[in-house]
Ligand binder design. Sequence first.
Ligand SMILES: Cc1cc2nc3c(=O)[nH]c(=O)nc-3n(C[C@H](O)[C@H](O)[C@H](O)COP(=O)(O)OP(=O)(O)OC[C@H]3O[C@@H](n4cnc5c(N)ncnc54)[C@H](O)[C@@H]3O)c2cc1C
Ligand code: SF4
Length: 338
Amino acid sequence: MINFGYARATDVADAVRQIAADPAAKFIAGGTNLIDLMKYDVERPARLIDITRLPLKTVEETANGGLRIGALVPNSDLAYHPLIEERYPLLSSAILAGASQQLRNMASVGGNLLQRTRCLYFYDTATPCNKREPGSGCSAIDGINRNNAILGTSDACIATHPSDMCVALAALDATVHVAGPAGERAIRFADFHRLPGDAPQIDTNLAPTEIITAIELPPQGFAANYSYLKIRDRLSYAFALVSVAAALDLEGGRIKEARLALGGVAHKPWRKAEAEAALRGEVANQAAFTKAADILLRDAKGFAHNAFKISLARRAIERALTQAASGTPQSQSSKTIR
Ligand SMILES: Cc1cc2nc3c(=O)[nH]c(=O)nc-3n(C[C@H](O)[C@H](O)[C@H](O)COP(=O)(O)OP(=O)(O)OC[C@H]3O[C@@H](n4cnc5c(N)ncnc54)[C@H](O)[C@@H]3O)c2cc1C
Ligand code: SF4
Protein backbone atom coordinates (compact mmCIF):
# COMPACT_ATOMS: atom_id res chain seq x y z
CA MET A 1 0.00 0.00 0.00
CA ILE A 2 1.47 3.34 -1.05
CA ASN A 3 -0.22 6.24 0.71
CA PHE A 4 -0.74 9.62 -0.91
CA GLY A 5 -2.58 12.78 0.04
CA TYR A 6 -5.44 14.40 -1.83
CA ALA A 7 -6.58 18.02 -2.03
CA ARG A 8 -8.96 19.92 -4.26
CA ALA A 9 -7.94 23.25 -5.83
CA THR A 10 -10.56 25.98 -5.56
CA ASP A 11 -9.25 28.20 -8.36
CA VAL A 12 -6.17 28.54 -10.59
CA ALA A 13 -4.30 30.70 -8.06
CA ASP A 14 -5.00 28.11 -5.35
CA ALA A 15 -3.78 25.28 -7.64
CA VAL A 16 -0.52 27.15 -8.26
CA ARG A 17 -0.12 27.93 -4.56
CA GLN A 18 -0.62 24.28 -3.61
CA ILE A 19 1.79 22.85 -6.22
CA ALA A 20 4.46 25.47 -5.40
CA ALA A 21 4.22 24.56 -1.71
CA ASP A 22 4.73 20.83 -2.32
CA PRO A 23 7.25 19.76 -5.00
CA ALA A 24 6.23 16.09 -4.55
CA ALA A 25 2.60 16.83 -5.50
CA LYS A 26 0.99 16.43 -8.93
CA PHE A 27 -2.16 17.78 -10.52
CA ILE A 28 -4.78 15.26 -11.48
CA ALA A 29 -7.31 15.93 -14.25
CA GLY A 30 -8.99 12.97 -16.02
CA GLY A 31 -6.54 10.59 -14.36
CA THR A 32 -6.38 8.31 -17.44
CA ASN A 33 -2.59 8.38 -17.55
CA LEU A 34 -1.51 9.42 -14.06
CA ILE A 35 -3.51 6.73 -12.23
CA ASP A 36 -2.01 4.03 -14.48
CA LEU A 37 1.48 5.38 -13.79
CA MET A 38 0.80 5.25 -10.05
CA LYS A 39 -0.55 1.69 -10.28
CA TYR A 40 2.60 0.60 -12.14
CA ASP A 41 4.73 2.41 -9.52
CA VAL A 42 6.31 4.54 -12.26
CA GLU A 43 5.19 7.75 -10.56
CA ARG A 44 4.74 8.22 -6.80
CA PRO A 45 3.25 11.66 -6.11
CA ALA A 46 3.01 12.33 -2.39
CA ARG A 47 -0.18 14.32 -2.99
CA LEU A 48 -2.71 14.71 -5.78
CA ILE A 49 -4.15 18.17 -6.37
CA ASP A 50 -7.51 17.70 -8.03
CA ILE A 51 -8.06 20.42 -10.65
CA THR A 52 -11.21 18.99 -12.20
CA ARG A 53 -13.50 21.67 -10.72
CA LEU A 54 -11.52 24.65 -12.00
CA PRO A 55 -13.35 26.88 -14.49
CA LEU A 56 -11.23 25.83 -17.49
CA LYS A 57 -13.89 24.00 -19.49
CA THR A 58 -15.00 26.45 -22.15
CA VAL A 59 -14.17 27.00 -25.81
CA GLU A 60 -14.26 30.71 -26.63
CA GLU A 61 -13.66 32.79 -29.73
CA THR A 62 -10.72 35.19 -29.50
CA ALA A 63 -10.67 38.77 -30.76
CA ASN A 64 -8.40 37.85 -33.71
CA GLY A 65 -10.76 35.11 -34.99
CA GLY A 66 -9.09 32.14 -33.31
CA LEU A 67 -10.24 29.96 -30.41
CA ARG A 68 -9.21 29.62 -26.78
CA ILE A 69 -9.75 26.12 -25.40
CA GLY A 70 -9.80 25.59 -21.63
CA ALA A 71 -7.29 23.03 -20.32
CA LEU A 72 -10.05 20.93 -18.76
CA VAL A 73 -12.26 20.58 -21.83
CA PRO A 74 -12.71 16.82 -22.25
CA ASN A 75 -11.20 15.40 -25.45
CA SER A 76 -14.65 14.22 -26.69
CA ASP A 77 -16.31 17.57 -26.10
CA LEU A 78 -13.54 19.25 -28.04
CA ALA A 79 -13.72 16.85 -30.99
CA TYR A 80 -17.49 17.36 -31.29
CA HIS A 81 -17.53 21.09 -30.57
CA PRO A 82 -19.31 22.83 -33.49
CA LEU A 83 -16.56 25.45 -33.89
CA ILE A 84 -13.87 22.77 -33.98
CA GLU A 85 -15.85 20.59 -36.40
CA GLU A 86 -16.45 23.53 -38.68
CA ARG A 87 -13.16 25.42 -38.52
CA TYR A 88 -10.51 22.96 -37.29
CA PRO A 89 -11.63 19.49 -38.51
CA LEU A 90 -7.97 18.38 -38.51
CA LEU A 91 -7.98 18.67 -34.71
CA SER A 92 -11.30 16.88 -34.42
CA SER A 93 -10.05 14.06 -36.63
CA ALA A 94 -6.78 13.66 -34.68
CA ILE A 95 -8.55 13.51 -31.31
CA LEU A 96 -10.99 10.87 -32.57
CA ALA A 97 -8.10 8.74 -33.83
CA GLY A 98 -6.88 8.39 -30.23
CA ALA A 99 -7.81 6.06 -27.37
CA SER A 100 -11.49 5.02 -27.01
CA GLN A 101 -14.72 6.96 -26.57
CA GLN A 102 -14.70 6.22 -22.81
CA LEU A 103 -11.12 7.48 -22.41
CA ARG A 104 -11.80 10.54 -24.53
CA ASN A 105 -14.76 11.37 -22.27
CA MET A 106 -12.41 11.48 -19.26
CA ALA A 107 -9.19 12.80 -20.81
CA SER A 108 -8.56 16.55 -20.63
CA VAL A 109 -6.76 18.81 -23.10
CA GLY A 110 -4.00 19.67 -20.59
CA GLY A 111 -3.54 16.01 -19.59
CA ASN A 112 -3.26 14.97 -23.22
CA LEU A 113 -0.28 17.31 -23.70
CA LEU A 114 1.40 15.91 -20.60
CA GLN A 115 0.69 12.21 -21.09
CA ARG A 116 3.90 10.22 -20.84
CA THR A 117 5.57 7.94 -23.34
CA ARG A 118 4.32 4.42 -24.06
CA CYS A 119 7.85 2.98 -24.30
CA LEU A 120 7.53 -0.56 -22.90
CA TYR A 121 10.49 -0.18 -20.57
CA PHE A 122 9.25 3.05 -19.04
CA TYR A 123 6.35 1.07 -17.59
CA ASP A 124 8.49 -1.95 -16.60
CA THR A 125 10.14 -0.96 -13.32
CA ALA A 126 12.36 -4.06 -13.40
CA THR A 127 14.36 -2.60 -16.33
CA PRO A 128 16.75 0.37 -16.65
CA CYS A 129 15.15 3.51 -18.09
CA ASN A 130 16.71 6.98 -18.10
CA LYS A 131 13.34 8.66 -18.31
CA ARG A 132 11.98 6.87 -15.23
CA GLU A 133 15.27 6.71 -13.34
CA PRO A 134 17.90 9.15 -14.69
CA GLY A 135 21.32 7.59 -15.16
CA SER A 136 20.08 3.97 -15.13
CA GLY A 137 20.44 3.43 -18.91
CA CYS A 138 18.09 2.94 -21.83
CA SER A 139 16.70 -0.57 -22.35
CA ALA A 140 15.03 0.29 -25.64
CA ILE A 141 18.11 1.18 -27.68
CA ASP A 142 19.24 -2.46 -27.84
CA GLY A 143 15.87 -3.93 -26.85
CA ILE A 144 12.41 -4.13 -28.35
CA ASN A 145 12.10 -0.74 -30.01
CA ARG A 146 9.32 -1.25 -32.59
CA ASN A 147 7.30 1.64 -31.13
CA ASN A 148 10.23 3.96 -30.51
CA ALA A 149 11.53 7.05 -32.27
CA ILE A 150 13.41 7.47 -35.54
CA LEU A 151 13.94 11.24 -35.33
CA GLY A 152 15.47 13.51 -32.69
CA THR A 153 16.71 10.59 -30.58
CA SER A 154 19.69 10.71 -28.21
CA ASP A 155 22.04 8.17 -26.68
CA ALA A 156 19.99 8.50 -23.50
CA CYS A 157 16.45 7.92 -24.84
CA ILE A 158 14.56 7.00 -28.02
CA ALA A 159 11.01 7.37 -26.68
CA THR A 160 8.13 8.88 -28.63
CA HIS A 161 5.39 11.23 -27.49
CA PRO A 162 2.19 9.21 -27.94
CA SER A 163 -0.45 11.91 -28.45
CA ASP A 164 -2.56 12.28 -31.59
CA MET A 165 -4.14 15.57 -30.55
CA CYS A 166 -0.71 17.20 -30.15
CA VAL A 167 0.27 16.38 -33.75
CA ALA A 168 -2.70 18.40 -35.01
CA LEU A 169 -2.03 21.21 -32.51
CA ALA A 170 1.57 21.38 -33.75
CA ALA A 171 0.44 21.62 -37.38
CA LEU A 172 -2.09 24.31 -36.47
CA ASP A 173 0.57 26.44 -34.71
CA ALA A 174 -1.25 26.45 -31.38
CA THR A 175 -0.08 28.32 -28.27
CA VAL A 176 -0.11 26.90 -24.73
CA HIS A 177 -1.17 29.28 -21.95
CA VAL A 178 0.16 28.50 -18.48
CA ALA A 179 0.11 30.05 -15.01
CA GLY A 180 2.72 29.74 -12.27
CA PRO A 181 4.08 31.50 -9.19
CA ALA A 182 5.64 34.18 -11.43
CA GLY A 183 2.36 34.84 -13.28
CA GLU A 184 1.04 33.82 -16.68
CA ARG A 185 2.99 33.11 -19.85
CA ALA A 186 2.40 31.71 -23.34
CA ILE A 187 4.50 28.95 -24.91
CA ARG A 188 4.54 28.27 -28.67
CA PHE A 189 3.41 24.71 -29.25
CA ALA A 190 6.67 23.96 -31.09
CA ASP A 191 8.58 24.89 -27.91
CA PHE A 192 6.34 23.07 -25.44
CA HIS A 193 7.63 19.48 -25.78
CA ARG A 194 11.38 18.77 -25.65
CA LEU A 195 13.73 16.37 -27.38
CA PRO A 196 15.29 13.86 -24.94
CA GLY A 197 18.92 15.03 -25.15
CA ASP A 198 20.72 14.10 -21.95
CA ALA A 199 17.70 14.83 -19.73
CA PRO A 200 14.93 12.53 -21.02
CA GLN A 201 13.19 12.64 -17.64
CA ILE A 202 11.98 16.14 -18.59
CA ASP A 203 9.27 15.87 -21.24
CA THR A 204 8.28 19.52 -21.63
CA ASN A 205 9.28 23.11 -20.91
CA LEU A 206 6.44 23.51 -18.41
CA ALA A 207 7.89 24.19 -14.95
CA PRO A 208 6.83 21.72 -12.23
CA THR A 209 5.04 24.57 -10.45
CA GLU A 210 3.03 25.68 -13.50
CA ILE A 211 -0.48 24.70 -14.59
CA ILE A 212 -1.75 24.65 -18.18
CA THR A 213 -4.80 26.90 -18.37
CA ALA A 214 -5.65 26.97 -22.09
CA ILE A 215 -4.66 26.24 -25.68
CA GLU A 216 -5.09 28.96 -28.26
CA LEU A 217 -5.67 28.29 -31.95
CA PRO A 218 -4.86 30.95 -34.55
CA PRO A 219 -7.60 31.83 -37.07
CA GLN A 220 -6.35 29.68 -39.96
CA GLY A 221 -7.90 26.20 -39.56
CA PHE A 222 -7.29 24.64 -43.03
CA ALA A 223 -10.86 23.30 -42.97
CA ALA A 224 -11.06 22.59 -46.71
CA ASN A 225 -7.82 20.69 -47.29
CA TYR A 226 -6.55 18.60 -44.40
CA SER A 227 -5.95 14.99 -43.38
CA TYR A 228 -4.98 13.21 -40.17
CA LEU A 229 -3.66 9.81 -41.16
CA LYS A 230 -2.81 7.38 -38.36
CA ILE A 231 -1.06 4.07 -39.10
CA ARG A 232 -1.22 1.57 -36.22
CA ASP A 233 -1.23 -2.13 -35.49
CA ARG A 234 -5.02 -2.24 -34.87
CA LEU A 235 -7.65 -0.06 -36.45
CA SER A 236 -8.75 1.41 -33.13
CA TYR A 237 -7.55 1.72 -29.54
CA ALA A 238 -3.85 1.63 -30.45
CA PHE A 239 -1.08 4.22 -30.43
CA ALA A 240 0.39 5.45 -33.72
CA LEU A 241 3.32 3.73 -35.37
CA VAL A 242 3.33 6.78 -37.60
CA SER A 243 0.76 9.54 -37.92
CA VAL A 244 0.62 12.57 -40.20
CA ALA A 245 -1.24 15.85 -39.83
CA ALA A 246 -1.32 17.50 -43.24
CA ALA A 247 -2.98 20.83 -43.99
CA LEU A 248 -2.92 22.86 -47.19
CA ASP A 249 -4.20 26.20 -48.37
CA LEU A 250 -4.63 25.89 -52.16
CA GLU A 251 -5.10 28.56 -54.81
CA GLY A 252 -5.66 27.45 -58.38
CA GLY A 253 -4.00 24.08 -57.75
CA ARG A 254 -0.91 25.66 -56.21
CA ILE A 255 0.04 25.48 -52.54
CA LYS A 256 -0.19 28.85 -50.84
CA GLU A 257 0.47 27.54 -47.32
CA ALA A 258 1.36 24.08 -46.01
CA ARG A 259 1.61 22.39 -42.63
CA LEU A 260 3.04 18.96 -42.01
CA ALA A 261 3.59 17.28 -38.63
CA LEU A 262 4.41 13.68 -37.74
CA GLY A 263 3.42 11.66 -34.67
CA GLY A 264 4.79 8.34 -33.38
CA VAL A 265 8.31 9.09 -34.63
CA ALA A 266 9.91 11.44 -32.08
CA HIS A 267 9.86 12.72 -28.50
CA LYS A 268 7.61 15.55 -29.74
CA PRO A 269 5.39 16.18 -32.77
CA TRP A 270 7.89 16.45 -35.64
CA ARG A 271 7.79 19.50 -37.92
CA LYS A 272 10.43 21.10 -40.14
CA ALA A 273 9.99 24.60 -41.57
CA GLU A 274 12.12 23.59 -44.58
CA ALA A 275 9.70 20.81 -45.59
CA GLU A 276 6.74 23.18 -45.49
CA ALA A 277 8.67 25.90 -47.35
CA ALA A 278 9.43 23.36 -50.09
CA LEU A 279 5.69 22.88 -50.64
CA ARG A 280 4.81 26.58 -50.80
CA GLY A 281 4.30 27.85 -54.34
CA GLU A 282 4.40 24.34 -55.85
CA VAL A 283 1.65 22.56 -57.78
CA ALA A 284 0.00 20.10 -55.36
CA ASN A 285 1.26 16.86 -56.91
CA GLN A 286 3.18 13.69 -56.09
CA ALA A 287 6.60 15.17 -56.94
CA ALA A 288 6.12 18.04 -54.47
CA PHE A 289 4.83 15.69 -51.77
CA THR A 290 7.77 13.28 -52.17
CA LYS A 291 10.25 16.15 -51.93
CA ALA A 292 8.62 17.40 -48.71
CA ALA A 293 8.67 13.88 -47.24
CA ASP A 294 12.37 13.51 -48.08
CA ILE A 295 13.19 16.77 -46.30
CA LEU A 296 11.07 15.96 -43.24
CA LEU A 297 12.68 12.51 -42.89
CA ARG A 298 16.21 13.54 -43.86
CA ASP A 299 17.77 12.81 -40.47
CA ALA A 300 15.72 9.70 -39.68
CA LYS A 301 17.62 6.82 -38.10
CA GLY A 302 16.07 3.39 -37.52
CA PHE A 303 16.89 0.88 -34.78
CA ALA A 304 16.70 -2.93 -34.93
CA HIS A 305 12.90 -3.20 -34.86
CA ASN A 306 11.66 0.14 -36.11
CA ALA A 307 13.62 0.97 -39.29
CA PHE A 308 10.41 0.13 -41.20
CA LYS A 309 8.96 3.40 -39.85
CA ILE A 310 11.13 5.43 -42.24
CA SER A 311 9.54 4.10 -45.43
CA LEU A 312 6.15 3.87 -43.71
CA ALA A 313 6.37 7.54 -42.77
CA ARG A 314 7.39 8.53 -46.30
CA ARG A 315 4.36 6.76 -47.81
CA ALA A 316 2.05 8.09 -45.09
CA ILE A 317 3.19 11.68 -45.73
CA GLU A 318 2.57 11.32 -49.46
CA ARG A 319 -0.85 9.79 -48.86
CA ALA A 320 -1.93 12.36 -46.28
CA LEU A 321 -0.88 15.25 -48.53
CA THR A 322 -2.71 13.65 -51.48
CA GLN A 323 -5.85 13.30 -49.36
CA ALA A 324 -5.54 16.85 -48.11
CA ALA A 325 -5.05 18.23 -51.63
CA SER A 326 -8.10 16.39 -52.96
CA GLY A 327 -10.27 17.44 -50.02
CA THR A 328 -10.95 13.82 -49.04
CA PRO A 329 -9.57 13.19 -45.55
CA GLN A 330 -9.89 9.48 -44.88
CA SER A 331 -9.38 9.33 -41.13
CA GLN A 332 -12.18 9.47 -38.63
CA SER A 333 -14.11 12.67 -38.50
CA SER A 334 -16.65 13.77 -35.96
CA LYS A 335 -19.32 13.27 -38.66
CA THR A 336 -18.66 9.51 -38.78
CA ILE A 337 -17.97 8.69 -35.11
CA ARG A 338 -20.72 9.44 -32.67
C1 LIG B 1 -5.55 2.48 -23.05
C2 LIG B 1 -5.23 3.87 -23.47
C3 LIG B 1 -5.12 4.18 -24.83
C4 LIG B 1 -4.83 5.48 -25.24
N1 LIG B 1 -4.69 5.75 -26.57
C5 LIG B 1 -4.36 7.01 -26.98
C6 LIG B 1 -4.15 7.31 -28.34
O1 LIG B 1 -4.29 6.46 -29.21
N2 LIG B 1 -3.83 8.59 -28.66
C7 LIG B 1 -3.69 9.57 -27.72
O2 LIG B 1 -3.41 10.71 -28.07
N3 LIG B 1 -3.84 9.30 -26.43
C8 LIG B 1 -4.17 8.05 -26.03
N4 LIG B 1 -4.32 7.77 -24.72
C9 LIG B 1 -3.90 8.77 -23.73
C10 LIG B 1 -4.96 9.67 -23.25
O3 LIG B 1 -5.32 10.54 -24.30
C11 LIG B 1 -4.33 10.43 -22.09
O4 LIG B 1 -4.20 9.52 -21.03
C12 LIG B 1 -5.15 11.62 -21.67
O5 LIG B 1 -5.23 12.57 -22.70
C13 LIG B 1 -4.57 12.27 -20.41
O6 LIG B 1 -5.48 13.25 -19.95
P1 LIG B 1 -5.98 13.22 -18.44
O7 LIG B 1 -6.82 14.43 -18.25
O8 LIG B 1 -6.62 11.91 -18.10
O9 LIG B 1 -4.59 13.37 -17.69
P2 LIG B 1 -4.14 12.90 -16.23
O10 LIG B 1 -3.89 11.43 -16.25
O11 LIG B 1 -5.06 13.43 -15.20
O12 LIG B 1 -2.77 13.69 -16.11
C14 LIG B 1 -1.69 13.41 -16.96
C15 LIG B 1 -0.53 14.33 -16.56
O13 LIG B 1 -0.85 15.68 -16.85
C16 LIG B 1 -0.77 16.50 -15.67
N5 LIG B 1 -1.82 17.50 -15.85
C17 LIG B 1 -3.12 17.27 -16.22
N6 LIG B 1 -3.74 18.43 -16.46
C18 LIG B 1 -2.83 19.42 -16.21
C19 LIG B 1 -2.88 20.85 -16.30
N7 LIG B 1 -3.99 21.50 -16.69
N8 LIG B 1 -1.77 21.54 -15.99
C20 LIG B 1 -0.63 20.90 -15.60
N9 LIG B 1 -0.54 19.56 -15.49
C21 LIG B 1 -1.62 18.83 -15.80
C22 LIG B 1 -0.93 15.55 -14.51
O14 LIG B 1 -0.27 16.03 -13.37
C23 LIG B 1 -0.24 14.30 -15.06
O15 LIG B 1 1.16 14.41 -14.90
C24 LIG B 1 -4.65 6.48 -24.26
C25 LIG B 1 -4.79 6.20 -22.90
C26 LIG B 1 -5.06 4.90 -22.50
C27 LIG B 1 -5.19 4.61 -21.03
S1 SF4 C 1 13.61 4.97 -24.77
FE1 SF4 C 1 13.47 6.43 -23.08
S2 SF4 C 1 11.61 5.74 -22.04
FE2 SF4 C 1 12.30 4.02 -23.28
S3 SF4 C 1 13.74 2.80 -22.01
FE3 SF4 C 1 14.96 4.27 -23.11
S4 SF4 C 1 15.13 5.97 -21.66
FE4 SF4 C 1 13.37 4.77 -21.01
